[in-house]
Design a protein around this ligand. Structure first.
Ligand code: PLP
Length: 834
């Protein structure tokens, strides 16, 4: 068998020494030609822009890799404290344009390609999205690692290299059809496989204990079925600072002895096929957003991520310090992105105790001083629980450790609240019942020194509601870190014309200090500046129409108000409320009530989890309503409704610059933060929104005059719940009554009778958790205010500028600085220039 481990002595310096690569146009042209002609073997007969993309990407990648080594060497030399961001999802999108921006070669590369007769936009658009996430949570992880590199913080992202990412969405007869996303089909030039750093991951088997020569009880986890986790590294460049950090994604493969064993076993073909069971673990991303899954394969994924990443960090540690872990907690910190990787708490205990021989108390002290947990949702259906039986069969040693953590923990609770058995039952890591369950969020809280929510309201609700008992026990652990987005991707790269105007006006310091956008505020009253701003916004709207023209089949006028809601389709996000308003506008047109009318294009996009019935119905509903409205000659340009298929990062990069109005209309208390809201604001859209998640902070920053607020507050929602009576609300609102009637009478389902019965029933039910009709009137009123405001173009543009100018808080540079100051406590390290 071949071994990929390098056991020979270190390569001589003369084979690793490289001279720096040039960043001028002629350097890029030369490298491009060499890659295109030699490595890729293409010539002038090749029509596909994909290979030109690859050739340019290879040239850019080379330049990242030299900075990557310099950064690695600096971290090593400094022996600095490090943080590791563990996330089941990294929704990276495309890499090329961001890499060029951060290297500072955007313009140079554009002219280099132009010289070769190539349109760089076409190359950029040939790159497939790395869709290794569902939505906000995965995109947050991607924005975070961008900011860590820009702040020169020694942070590594750890995740899974799914062979198939988020499915691609097509529409057939208005319904979502999922297609597998084989994003690696043509290879991935940005990653480097590092089999020399593979780790072995155990599953199944059983445990045995014995007393060792020093009289200590030792546990062995044996007869396991192991798989290998092989790392693939992607460089993560900071903004024009020479730093390049690492995103390390694990791929599951069969072990080498698996190969050996099966070669000797005789049943050759069968056993090679059985390799799939190992490789399956990282085959596919679970496409559920804000919903737990409960499948064994998902637990395998979570454990593989936790175990491989922790083994990786510990191997590095042991390489430097041997088995001396006394400084480990001072030098390492793990941030868990939601509950998904929380098994890391138990796995770190296992590695320290079973593998490295630490005693329980020492291991626990280290664990509790290195682990930090971010919660992303209050929705109870998203809180992960694993059946004890499943745990027992898949990870028996981990279950033992969790039981032991629990017994120490319950003892702590009983000291704090003597005799309070109800509280002990409530707080236990094990939920009793028909089927015993492990409460993973509680494991995270018990094992971490920091627990944070992702916006002020969300963090407050965690403390008062979901995690109240824990907050009473450990108030010092709880804190808030309001989310953000990276202004490099979400303003500079996706909206270059607006970025240029901003830089010409206030300088380019905003790129790394977004609070400087404030300097734009005085220009909101400058007519010349306003005109430039308006023209750029209109140009972005044209580009958005162009981008979507083929898919949309309808013509949109850029004079109309572009009213956009793009995000995962979920009942709590209330796309239905949006459609009710659209039907109300349609009804007004049909009744001739169009005084002071504002033409409006309503754009809705997003994926539904494949098993989420109501979300899929919502997509069909949007498309049927769109079909009626867009084909009614009475409606004309007054109103358009369009569903934008296959929403993803690269789509959002074209959508958010062209939006006038950003729909952030979740039921108050349900959207933890939202980050789409921030991307829109940064690009000068105004928000229509509830007092939910980060909307509250957005409104605080921009001021109530520049925000369209509506709806019940979180407190009012909870108060209303016990006596919510949607039928009487509908009865008392003539507009709403007509809207409901239009749906019920089959106006949007003439050929498909009854298909929207469940939609209507859900909003008419007094048990509707999202209380859609409760906010209808106030939503329509806010939409009216938006329409009237839009009629005054000049004032709208003023508000647009003020929104962008007030978005400084929502940079992940600020978020990450907060994480670092209050949780990680890392010192920035500049790369070593050799
Ligand atoms: C920003 C983003 C999200 C999150 O959007 P929300 O409106 O906060 O739910 C989801 N998906 C993609 C592709 C994004 O870019």
């Amino acid at each position: 068998m071949h071994s990929k481990k390098f056991t020979s002595s270190k390569p001589a310096a003369n084979i690793t020494k490289l001279s720096p690569l040039g960043l001028e146009s002629n350097h890029l042209v030369a490298d491009f030609k060499r890659y295109y002609g030699h490595r890729l073997g293409r010539d002038e007969n090749c029509r596909s822009p994909y290979y030109a993309y690859e050739a340019l990407a290879l040239a850019i990648s080379d330049r990242l890799i030299e900075r990557w080594k310099a950064t690695y060497n600096a971290y090593k030399k400094e022996d600095c404290k490090r943080a590791f961001y563990l996330s089941m999802e990294f929704l990276m999108g495309r890499t090329l344009s961001n890499a060029m921006l951060n290297l500072g070669v955007t313009d140079v590369a554009k002219s280099a390609m132009y010289e070769l007769g190539l349109e760089i936009e076409e190359l950029i658009d040939s790159e497939p999205d790395a869709g290794l996430g569902n939505g906000g949570l995965g995109r947050l992880a991607a924005c975070f690692i961008d900011s860590c590199a820009t702040l020169q913080l020694p942070v590594t992202g750890y995740g899974l290299r799914y062979e198939y990412g988020m499915f691609s969405q097509t529409l057939v007869n208005g319904e979502q059809v999922e297609k597998p996303d084989h994003w690696l089909r043509n290879g991935n030039i940005w990653e480097i496989e590092r089999p020399e750093y593979a780790h072995r991951i155990k599953f199944g088997g059983h445990t045995e204990s014995h007393i060792d020569e020093r009289g200590k009880k030792r546990v062995c986890w044996i007869d396991t079925h192991d798989v290998l986790a092989v790392p693939f590294d992607t460089p993560i460049p900071g903004y024009k600072n020479g730093t390049v950090n690492t995103l390390r994604l694990w791929k599951a493969t069969a072990t080498e002895e698996f190969d050996l064993q099966e070669f000797n076993a005789g049943d050759y073909a069968e056993s090679v096929a059985a390799k799939n069971t190992a490789e399956n673990i990282t085959m596919v991303l679970y496409p559920n957003d804000a919903n737990e899954n409960g499948k064994a394969l998902r637990l395998r994924q979570q454990y593989l991520l936790a175990s491989a990443s922790l083994q990786d960090v510990i191997a590095n540690w042991v390489g430097r310090h041997g088995n001396d872990f006394s400084q480990f907690a001072e030098k390492n910190c793990f941030q868990l992105n939601d509950t998904h990787p929380s098994i890391a708490v138990a796995e770190l205990m296992r590695l320290l105790i079973d593998i490295h021989g630490l005693d329980w108390d020492h291991a626990w002290k280290i664990t509790r001083n290195t682990m930090a947990y971010t919660n992303h949702t209050l929705l109870p259906e998203a809180l992960e629980r694993w059946s004890v039986n499943l745990f027992e069969s898949l990870l028996p040693r981990l279950l033992e450790i969790i039981y032991e953590i629990n017994s120490h923990f319950i003892a702590e609770v009983s000291v704090h609240w003597p005799g309070d058995h109800d509280r002990m039952r409530r707080m236990s890591l094990i939920e009793e019942g028909n089927e015993k369950q492990v409460r993973m969020a509680y494991l995270a809280i018990v094992g971490c020194y920091s627990v944070n929510g992702v916006a002020e309201l969300h963090s407050k609700l965690l403390q008062e509601g979901l995690f109240r008992d824990f907050y009473e026990l450990w108030p010092h652990k709880f804190n808030n870190k309001t989310n953000g987005v990276t202004p490099r991707r979400w303003l500079a790269a996706c909206n270059p014309d607006l970025a240029k105007l901003i830089s010409e006006t206030i300088g380019d310091g905003w790129l790394t200090d977004l609070s400087q956008l404030e300097k734009l505020k005085p220009y909101a009253d400058d007519p010349k500046f306003r005109e430039k701003w308006y023209n750029i916004k209109q140009e972005c709207k044209s580009k958005l129409v162009e981008y979507k023209r083929t898919e949309m089949g309808v013509d949109l006028s850029t004079d109309a108000l572009f009213d956009v809601q793009v995000k995962r389709i979920h009942e709590y996000k209330r796309q239905l409320l949006n459609v009710l308003h659209v039907i109300h506008l349609y009804d007004r047109i049909k009744r001739g009530e169009t005084k002071n009318w504002t033409n409006r294009c309503v754009l809705i996009g997003g994926k539904a989890a494949p098993g989420y019935y109501m979300a899929k119905k919502t997509i069909k509903f949007i498309n049927n309503v769109a079909d009626v409205i867009n084909n009614d000659p009475d409606v004309g340009d007054k109103l358009k409704l369009v569903f934008l298929p296959n929403y993803r990062v690269s789509a959002m990069e074209k959508i958010c610059p062209g939006a006038d109005l950003s729909e952030q209309i979740s039921t108050a208390g349900k959207e933890a933060s939202g980050t789409g809201n921030m991307k829109f604001m940064m690009n000068g859209a105004l928000t229509i929104g509830t007092l939910d998640g980060a909307n509250i902070e957005i409104r605080e920053e921009v001021g109530d005059d520049n925000f369209f607020l509506f709806g019940l507050t979180e407190g009012q929602v909870e108060e209303l719940r016990s006596h919510y009576d949607p039928l009487s609300i509908i009865e008392q609102d003539e507009d709403l009554k007509r809207v409901i009637k239009l749906i019920e009478c089959g106006h949007f389902s003439l050929l498909e009778p009854g298909i929207f019965d469940d939609v209507v029933n859900s909003i008419r039910s007094s048990n509707d958790p999202w209380m859609t009709v409760a906010d209808f009137r106030s939503y329509v009123d806010a939409q009216n205010r938006a329409e009237i405001a839009y009629l005054d173009k000049d004032n709208w543009t003023r508000m647009s500028i003020l929104n962008c100018a007030s978005s400084g808080k929502f940079s992940t540079d600020r978020t990450i600085s907060d994480y670092n100051r209050e949780i990680w406590k890392l010192t920035p390290v500049a790369p070593l220039i050799s």
